[in-house]
Structures are given as structure tokens and as C-alpha cells.
Ligand binder design. Structure first.
Ligand code: SF4
Ligand code: SF4
Length: 475
């Protein structure tokens, strides 16, 4: 018997979400499980980057990539989706739908003109075998963390520079050259590929995949989230060789704020590169700017929007959940209200402008709506000073540990699960300081489930505790 709890939406919540979608896609809350394969940094394979709970498996541990795509696990995840429901691991999309902040919603990005799932009566999928599509149409790579920056909202798993600044060894590569060969066999069926970092233009595997795309199927559109600082000859040839959709992460339009967030970033060099991208805009599939909206840059965002409108390029806003002190939720209510008033003033200016993209206006309105909901929903206690109080942090940590314990319980026998969750708790309790506890929770939060179970069931907690202290204690 399954103990899983898919997310269910009210008719009203779904109606608001669906109002922003083409009618032909509304029969499914999200099409990602039928279209997309995501490769995560530690070898995990799933259907998108948000849902890291419902994994199809791991690269290099037996089944081929296509066997995982067509396998039982993939089919059972697909069964959890319908027009008012999403799989249990889709919490981030579910939360944004419930907040009615759907303009930048990841699930929406998988709507496609040629949806692999027809809008016929849902139970017919089973009979038609639509739970088992032949190939994905979209590949997403987050397989390397090499990066030249150390942004404040990033972490040691995503940036090799942050990792090295913390004195940690480079991450072990989960993907080998055979991975590139396997990917080459799928490329003829692919319509688009997405590359996340680290900094994509510094990641060796990506450069090889792009060169394979140019050789095998140069119709594939590559979507790249880049910090915009790497622009050498090889990168220019790759950009020229096939359709590229470039999204430059920028966050701020003033040197002072930009360099406060994008540590090691050189604002002038970035502006020069942006001028180059603007000069080849017509040859690109698309060019956009993405901003993580945080307390540091919240007041600067309107300058970014204005720049994008001036050049008719898309602007996207990312919601920062972690680290919590860089999320909008961590702002004092009065400060957040000031941001809202600032945005509302600019909203009036935007509404009367005939130039620029109307979608940018909608995205900006979505951001405003998100802030309004934050102000309405959260009480003052939740808008704690930054950083969060010890009590709140402790509660959040406990929550992460108990979530992982529940996942272990669902994946293994009751006796192993019990031992594992006791061990987790003992290691956590015995760690002597704030920094170590914080790092421990972070590592546990993103460790692959299989590794976690193996380590927790094979080693006693004292061994794990000593090992963890040896790796992370700076004293
Ligand atoms: S709903 Fe969101 S989290 Fe779930 S599969 Fe779709 S894109 Fe991923
Ligand atoms: S550029 Fe991206 S990967 Fe690099 S540190 Fe910044 S957020 Fe992290």
C-alpha cells in the first residue's frame, strides 16, 4: 500500500493557474514527466530539477538512461499527475500555484505545442501506454559545479569556488565519457536541452555535448543559464553553431549591488559581454536576464526590468528559498512593505508604456502578487530579523532531518529505518557548534537517498560523527 501523498489543488487554485496556460495543456498539471529528463550533480536522474524526491534512479548503477525513462518507477510517478494533482515531490511548484505566483512557474515551462499526452479522458492513458513514452524530448543537465563566482545565495554544491573557499575537495564527478556516448544516441529525438551550473561555459561535459549537438542534431535549442562572464572563442563557436537561448543571471543593475551578490564578478566585464549578446540577439533563439530577488537587490529590480523593456528582452525572477536569510520571507514586514510600494509605483509607469514586452509586465505583476501574499499570509513573528532566530533555525533543521528519516522509512525496512533515523539524530545532537550543525543538515538534505541509507546502516553513528568533524570542522 502506498503512503505517498500527491499535492491536490482546489478548483479555484487550478483555474488561476490554468488561466495563464494554453487550453490545450490544461488536462495535466505538469507535462515534465512525459517530456523531460534531468541529470543531477550527484548522478541522480529525475524529471525536472525541482523534484528531487521522485528519482528514477542514478546514472551508472545498472539500467541505461532509456530503461530508467521507460521503467516502472517512471510510470508510477506519471500516475500521480492529473489535471488537479501533482506528485508528492513537486512541493515547490505546488507552493507557487497555491500562492498564485504562476508566471515563472517551472511546471508551465513543460507545456508544449505538441504535448506527448493527448487531452483525452485520463484513464485512457493506461490503455494507450502513454505512461511509457519512447523518448524524452527535453534533456536537462546539472552535472557539474565548476564556477568562477561565489554568489551569496549559492552553496558549495553548486559552485566549485565556494567549495574551494570552504577548504573542501572538488566534488567527485558522477558522469563519465560513456555518459556522453549514451546521450549522443538520444540526441536525434531531442528538441531542447537545458544546461545549468556551476557556470555552464566552464563545464567540460557541456562543451562536448554542445559540439555533439552541432554534429548530430543542430536543430536542438540549447537553453543556458550563465553568469555571462565567460566568452572565449570556443564558446562563441558553440553559440554560432546552433540555436541558443541564453539567460544571463545578473540580479542587479548597479555595480555596487551586483558585486555584493555575485562575489568575484566583474560588473564592467559583464556589461561588455551583455553588449556583445545584444549585438547578436537576432541570431540567438532568445536572450533574457534572470534575477534572484532577495533583500539585497529587491529595490534594484526595477532598473533590471527597465533595461529589459528598453531592449525588448525577457526578464525572469527566481524565488530564493535558501539560504533563508536571502529570501524575501526573511525581510521585516515594514521593509517588505516598502519594496511593495516601490514596485507598485513602477507598475503604474510600466502599465502606461507601449514599448517593451507585455510578458515582462505580467511577470513583474506576478512578483508583486507574491510579495502581497507574503505580507498577508505571514505574521510579524515569521518576518523575523535576519538571520532567523535560533529557535526557528533549529525547527527548520529538525524538519529537514525528519523529512529525510521519513524518506528512508519509505525506502527500506522498519528496522534499518529506525537505526538510520536514530543515527541521524545522534550525530546532529553531538555536533558541537552552529556551523557544524548547519553544514550537517545541508549535506543530509541533499545527499542521495541510497548513499544515506548505506552509510547510516553500515557505520555506527560515532564513526559518522568523527568523519563529519574531520571533514568540516575548521578548528
Ligand atoms: S510540477 Fe514542478 S516539480 Fe513537479 S515535475 Fe512538474 S516541474 Fe517538476
Ligand atoms: S554563478 Fe551560479 S553557480 Fe556560480 S556561484 Fe553564482 S549562482 Fe552559484
Amino acid at each position: 500500500m502506498s503512503s505517498r501523498k500527491p499535492h491536490t489543488f482546489s478548483k479555484k487554485e487550478m483555474a488561476k493557474y490554468n488561466a495563464s496556460r494554453d487550453p490545450q495543456h490544461r488536462h495535466l498539471s505538469c507535462h515534465a514527466p512525459w517530456r523531460s529528463l534531468y541529470f543531477g550533480i550527484q548522478g541522480s536522474i529525475s524529471m525536472c530539477c525541482y523534484n528531487q524526491k521522485d528519482l528514477l534512479g542514478y546514472y551508472g548503477q545498472g539500467p541505461s538512461i532509456l530503461d530508467l525513462w521507460r521503467g516502472e518507477k517512471a510510470q508510477s510517478i506519471r500516475r500521480e499527475f492529473n489535471n488537479r494533482q501533482m506528485a508528492e515531490g513537486c512541493s515547490r511548484c505546488a507552493q507557487l500555484i497555491k500562492q498564485n505566483n504562476v508566471e515563472g512557474l517551472l511546471a508551465k515551462k513543460y507545456d508544449s505545442a505538441n504535448s506527448p499526452v493527448p487531452s483525452s479522458w485520463i484513464p485512457k492513458w493506461y490503455a494507450k501506454g502513454n505512461l511509457k513514452p519512447d523518448y524524452p524530448e527535453v534533456l536537462e543537465f546539472e552535472t557539474g559545479n565548476r564556477c568562477n563566482l561565489a554568489c551569496v545565495m549559492c552553496n558549495e554544491a553548486c559552485s566549485s569556488t565556494i567549495r574551494s573557499n570552504m577548504g573542501l575537495p572538488p566534488m567527485k564527478e558522477a558522469y563519465d565519457d560513456a555518459f556522453i556516448q549514451e546521450i549522443k544516441t538520444i540526441l536525434p529525438h531531442i528538441k531542447s536541452a537545458h544546461f545549468f551550473g556551476g557556470e555552464p561555459f566552464l563545464i567540460r561535459h557541456y562543451l562536448e555535448i554542445w559540439e555533439a549537438i552541432i554534429a548530430i542534431n543542430s536543430n536542438i535549442v540549447s537553453h543556458v543559464s550563465t553568469n555571462g562572464t565567460i566568452l572565449n572563442g570556443r564558446v562563441r563557436s558553440i553559440i554560432a553553431g546552433h540555436p541558443m537561448n541564453l539567460s544571463i543571471s545578473m540580479d542587479a543593475f548597479s555595480k555596487e549591488v551586483y558585486e555584493k551578490i555575485r562575489i568575484n564578478g566583474d560588473y564592467e566585464a559583464l556589461r561588455k559581454n551583455i553588449d556583445y549578446f545584444l549585438s547578436i540577439k537576432e541570431e540567438l533563439d532568445d536572450l533574457s536576464i534572470t534575477a534572484c530577488v532577495m533583500p539585497t537587490n529587491a529595490m534594484d529590480i526595477i532598473h533590471l526590468v527597465s533595461f529589459c523593456q528598453e531592449h525588448s528582452i525577457n526578464v525572469f525572477f527566481n524565488t530564493v528559498f535558501e539560504p533563508r536569510e536571502h529570501s524575501l520571507q526573511s525581510m521585516k514586514k515594514d521593509d517588505l512593505a516598502k519594496v511593495l510600494h516601490h514596485y507598485e509605483d513602477y507598475q503604474k509607469v510600466l502599465e502606461h508604456e507601449d514599448t517593451g514586452l507585455s510578458i515582462n509586465k505580467r511577470r513583474f505583476n506576478g512578483l508583486i502578487e507574491q510579495i502581497r501574499i507574503l505580507l498577508e499570509e505571514e505574521d510579524d513573528a515569521k518576518h523575523a530579523q535576519t538571520p532567523l532566530s535560533d529557535k526557528e533555525l533549529f525547527r527548520a533543521w529538525k524538519q529537514t532531518l525528519s523529512t529525510r528519516s521519513a524518506e528512508i522509512q519509505a525506502a527500506t525496512s522498519p528496522s534499518v529505518a529506525k537505526e538510520a533515523s536514530v543515527a541521524l539524530q545522534k550525530v546532529f545532537d553531538a555536533l558541537p557548534n552552529y556551523n557544524l550543525k548547519k553544514t550537517f543538515v545541508h549535506e543530509i538534505g541533499r545527499a542521495p537517498l541510497k548513499t544515506l541509507i548505506t552509510r547510516l546502516s553500515e557505520d555506527d553513528w560515532k564513526t559518522l560523527h568523527h568523519e563529519f568533524i574531520a571533514r568540516f570542522d575548521e578548528n
